[in-house]
Design a protein. Structure first.
Length: 78
């Protein structure tokens, strides 16, 4: 959820092992969205079929995204 109350979503249903790699436009969108949000909200489907909501504060995410972008540029990465 962003500071203005708006939300964005990314489908991670293709991550059955719990390990996901987001690349390209989806990865860029995720980092951009996460740099603008105050809370990461995950909806997790348990084995029972029940959907559980998990929330994590992302107070310093914008700084992390800035550092990642800076390091990628410094190393000549896309």
């Amino acid at each position: 959820m962003r500071n203005d109350g708006s939300t964005s979503s990314i489908d991670a249903s293709g991550c059955p092992t719990g390990k996901c790699v987001f690349t390209g436009e989806v990865g860029r969108k995720m980092l951009q969205d996460w740099s603008e949000v105050k809370t990461l909200i995950l909806l997790v489907k348990e084995k029972s079929g029940k959907i559980v909501e998990r929330r994590w504060p992302l107070g310093n995410m914008a700084e992390m995204v800035r550092i990642i972008a800076e390091q990628r540029k410094k190393r000549g990465l896309p």
